[in-house]
Design a protein around this ligand. Structure first.
Ligand SMILES: Nc1ncnc2c1ncn2[C@@H]1O[C@H](COP(=O)(O)OP(=O)(O)O)[C@@H](O)[C@H]1O
Ligand SMILES: [Mg+2]
Length: 256
C-alpha cells in the first residue's frame, strides 16, 4: 500500500488559500481565503455555480496552480516547500487526477493508457490486470479510446489515476461528459473505491446526482467556502438540490 499512511495527519489540508487572476487592471479572486480539511477515506463533493472557483481549488490541491497566499498540505507536506521536480514526483505518488474530458491518448490501447504514469517496476503488470478486473474492463484492454464508450473511457482514466496507488483521487466534473446511467456507474465506482480502499476522494461537480454519493458537500460561492452539509442518505438528488439551495438561500439572507 501507499507508504504515506500516517493516520494522524489529514491527507489534504487547505488553509486560508487565496488565488487571484489578473485581467487587465482588474484582479479576480478565484479563491478567497479557503479552508478545507479532508480526512482519510472521506469522499467530499465540491459544489458551486460556474465560476465559483471549484476547478481552481482542485488545481491548488495538486500544486498545479501557484497560490498567492495560504498553504496546501498533502499528507502533512506543504506543497509550496517542494521544487518543481519534487512536486511533480510527489504528485505522481500521492495524487490521482480524473477529468471531465477523460484525457486519454487516442493512439494507445486502454491498457497502455493505464500504464502511462507508472514506471517500469516489478508488480506493474499485476496491478494493471487487477485494476482492469476491478473496473470490469478486462475484455476491453486492447481497445483504443475511440472504440470505448464514454463511461468505459472514464473507467480507464480512473484506472490510470490509480496505477501509482495514490492515497488521494481528485476528479473535476468526472461525469460531465457522460449520460446519466454511465455517470451514476462512475459515481458508484468512486464511492466503492473510497469505502473499500480507504481512498480519499474529492469530486468537483455542480450536479446533485453526483454530490449525493459524498460524505460531505462543500459549497463554494465567489471563491469562498460558503457552507457545507452532509447529504441526505436517501440518495435522492432532489433532496440534495434542496439542501444546496437552502445553503445558498441562508447565505443570501444573511448578506441581504
Ligand atoms: N486561467 C485563468 N485566467 C483568468 N481567470 C481565470 C482562470 N481560471 C479561472 N479563472 C477565473 O476564476 C474564477 C473561478 O474559475 P473556476 O475555478 O474555473 O470556476 P468553476 O470551476 O467553479 O467553474 C472565474 O471567475 C474564472 O473566470
Ligand atoms: Mg470548473
Amino acid at each position: 500500500m501507499n507508504s504515506l499512511d500516517h493516520s494522524s495527519v489529514p491527507p489534504l489540508k487547505v488553509e486560508s488559500v487565496v488565488k487571484c487572476f489578473h485581467q487587465g487592471k482588474t484582479a479576480i479572486a478565484a479563491l478567497d481565503g479557503i479552508n478545507l480539511t479532508v480526512e482519510t477515506g472521506e469522499l467530499v463533493a465540491i459544489m458551486g455555480a460556474s465560476g465559483s472557483g471549484k476547478s481552481t481549488l482542485l488545481h491548488a490541491m495538486t500544486g498545479l496552480t501557484d497560490i498567492d497566499a495560504g498553504t496546501v498540505s498533502v499528507d502533512g507536506q506543504d506543497l509550496a516547500a517542494l521544487s518543481d521536480y519534487q512536486l511533480t514526483k510527489f504528485r505522481g505518488l500521492n495524487i490521482g487526477l480524473v477529468f471531465q474530458a477523460f484525457n486519454l491518448i487516442p493512439s494507445l490501447s486502454a491498457e497502455d493508457n493505464i500504464r502511462l504514469p507508472a514506471t517500469e517496476e516489478p508488480g506493474l503488470e499485476e496491478r494493471v490486470d487487477a485494476l482492469l478486473e476491478r473496473l470490469d474492463m478486462t475484455d476491453r484492454r486492447t481497445h483504443k479510446p475511440d472504440a470505448l464508450s464514454g463511461g468505459e473511457q472514464q473507467r480507464i482514466a480512473i484506472a490510470r489515476a490509480l496505477i501509482t496507488n495514490p492515497a488521494i483521487l481528485l476528479a473535476d466534473e468526472p461525469t460531465g461528459s457522460l449520460d446519466s446511467v454511465s455517470g451514476q456507474e462512475i459515481c458508484r465506482l468512486l464511492r466503492e473505491l473510497c469505502t473499500e480502499q480507504k481512498r480519499t476522494i474529492v469530486i468537483v461537480t455542480h450536479e446533485p446526482h453526483v454530490a449525493m454519493w459524498a460524505d460531505r458537500v462543500v459549497v463554494l460561492k465567489d471563491g469562498k467556502h460558503l457552507a457545507e452539509f452532509a447529504p441526505s442518505r436517501h440518495f435522492d438528488p432532489q433532496k440534495i438540490a434542496s439542501q444546496y439551495q437552502g445553503v445558498l438561500n441562508a447565505a443570501a439572507g444573511v448578506m441581504a
